[in-house]
Design a protein around this ligand. Structure first.
Ligand code: NDP
Length: 493
């Protein structure tokens, strides 16, 4: 390896990297040692703001290849024929813990995919769960506060969590998934990913369908029991990070099959529930999974901070042929995610290598901190102008979405949307095996036993009532595990 000369950040070769410049061998230190200042000052600035959620994560590059033709649903160039492929970057994460927290915490796992397509970047920013705790972004800060630390004790608080969940029964479906063994996956390779929201696809004839995305793991589902996950928190807090890096270094490249569910606009009008409600799934028998492609992860980024810590995913990064939906949580995330990136990384975050599209970017946005890409050079910075040829292309316009509603307020909620119990009940009764039901109950008991404080009884009873509405046996077994006598109807809001 050719010797490289040590330099300052401004490129000046420098002669001393360990001893400060002093008056005599014993000091004091001279103010003119600018390299000392630079080293310490840069060190002080190493941390960028931690993500408020999804702070702890692991990432990898890979490829996505189209294996089945879904071009009748979407005009996205990526899906125009089988065999098409593009590079991807994926970031997995836990949600509630800080950057140094343990990988095996009971928590949803983030499953965020950036497709670098010839139509620009498409981000599918999902989780390992098909549903979510809340269906409106207005509740998001409140919900997240309950998953973080108590303002006084600075401790995680089961009372805060269960207080919020029990006062928001729409959370029950996700709570059920979270407390099943899928809430503690055995690393990131052995879990599914879900776009979770309802999205849309638009085809060449400008016809829209509603779509859900599912990444099915080809490694098979592997989960940890509550006690196994707890033990690993102490033994190897970076368990999932290590598993991903080691597997890819061994050339065991993890793969997922991307599948979609499709709902027509007519079916959406007839659907039993609100098709844009993220607390519900679309049953597979009514909306079967359709294969679209395979994703393989095969490269750990050379530098964690550069690519994983600076990766900026946003549900608003859609491409032509794949669009949004009226899902209220999605609509809130369209605003919140790019806003978070502008706060953490600056207005030019999309110029960072991991976020940079694989296609040229043409617009009149200029300046701001850390402009890395030449800032438009000598080109015009306004529109319209008589000089450049940058112009909007109407062929990319989506067919208008017909709405048949006035502006709604919360009191106009459709009653049918407020069935918080059928799907969690079905998950418990029909999908889980007896062993999985027992583990889920044990996980509930273990967590709810941690509820303390003056509202303990009220919170537990309120939650048991929700369990009861989903499945009687569930409520009775959890109550028995906690060691209390449960009476349906007591403790209701
Ligand atoms: P299906 O029997 O067709 O599918 C059940 C699904 O549940 C499978 O996709 C399975 O994933 C997944 N699953 C199994 N155990 C768990 C768990 N502990 N947590 C989360 N997902 C799990 O059923 P339906 O489509 O009729 O749905 C029944 C229930 O299954 C729903 O109410 C929902 O709770 C759950 N579910 C449904 C999904 C959907 O999109 N329809 C997606 C995920 C869950 P896998 O195939 O990978 O084993």
């Amino acid at each position: 390896m050719k010797n490289k000369k040590l330099t300052t950040a401004s490129g000046r070769p420098y002669f001393e990297n360990e001893d400060s410049m002093t008056v005599g061998p014993r000091g004091p230190v001279l103010l003119q040692d600018f390299y000392l200042h630079e080293k310490l000052a840069h060190f002080n600035r190493e941390r960028i703001p931690e993500r408020v959620v999804h702070a702890k994560g692991a990432g990898a590059y890979g490829t996505f290849r189209v294996t089945k033709d879904i071009s009748k649903y979407t005009r996205a160039k990526l899906f125009s024929k089988t065999g098409n492929s593009c590079r991807v970057f994926v970031r997995f994460s836990t949600v509630g813990g800080e950057k140094g927290s343990a990988d095996t915490e009971r928590d949803p796992r983030g499953f965020a995919v950036k497709f670098y397509t010839e139509d620009g970047n498409w981000d599918l920013v999902g989780n390992n769960t098909p549903v979510f705790f809340i269906k409106d972004a207005k509740k998001f800060p409140d919900f997240v506060h309950t998953q973080k630390r108590d303002p006084r004790t600075n401790l995680k608080s089961p009372a805060m969590m269960w207080d919020f969940w029990s006062l928001n029964p729409e959370s029950l479906h996700q709570v059920m998934v979270l407390f099943s063994d899928r809430g503690t996956p055995d690393g990131y390779r052995y879990m599914n990913g879900y776009g979770s929201h309802t999205f849309s696809m638009i085809n060449k004839r400008n016809q829209r369908v509603w779509v859900k995305f599912h990444f099915k793991t080809q490694q098979g589902i592997k989960t940890l029991t509550g006690p196994q996950a707890d033990e690993l928190k102490g033994k190897d807090p970076d368990y999932a990070q290590r598993d991903l890096v080691d597997a890819i270094d061994r050339k065991e490249f993890p793969k997922w099959t991307l599948k979609i569910q499709v709902m027509t606009e007519a079916q959406a009008k007839e659907f039993k529930w609100n098709p844009f409600d993220i607390t519900k799934v679309w049953p597979h028998k009514d909306f079967p999974l359709i294969e679209a492609g395979v994703m393989e992860l095969n490269e750990i980024p050379a530098n964690y901070h550069a690519d994983v810590e600076q990766a900026a995913f946003a549900p608003s990064h859609t491409i032509d042929g794949i669009g949004l939906s009226p899902d209220k949580l999605l609509q809130g995330r369209i605003l919140a995610y790019p806003d978070a990136h502008r706060y953490r990384l600056g207005a030019n975050y999309e110029q960072l290598p991991v976020n940079k599209p694989a296609v040229p970017v043409y617009n009149h946005q200029r300046d701001g901190m850390m402009s890395l890409d030449g800032n438009g050079g000598s080109g015009q910075n306004y529109f319209p102008n008589s000089f450049d040829s940058i112009a909007p292309d109407p062929s990319y316009k989506e067919t208008p979405l017909k709405l048949d509603s006035d502006i709604a307020a919360t009191w106009d909620r459709n009653e049918k949307d407020d069935d918080h119990y059928s799907q969690p009940g079905e998950l418990f009764r029909k999908v889980m095996t007896e062993e999985q039901r027992t583990n889920t109950i044990n996980n509930f008991v273990c967590s709810m036993k941690g509820i303390s404080g003056p509202k303990k009884k009220e919170i537990i009873n309120r939650q048991l009532n929700h369990f009861f509405k989903a499945d009687k046996e569930l409520a009775i077994r959890v109550a028995k595990g906690i060691g209390i006598k449960f009476e349906a109807g007591k403790g209701k809001k």
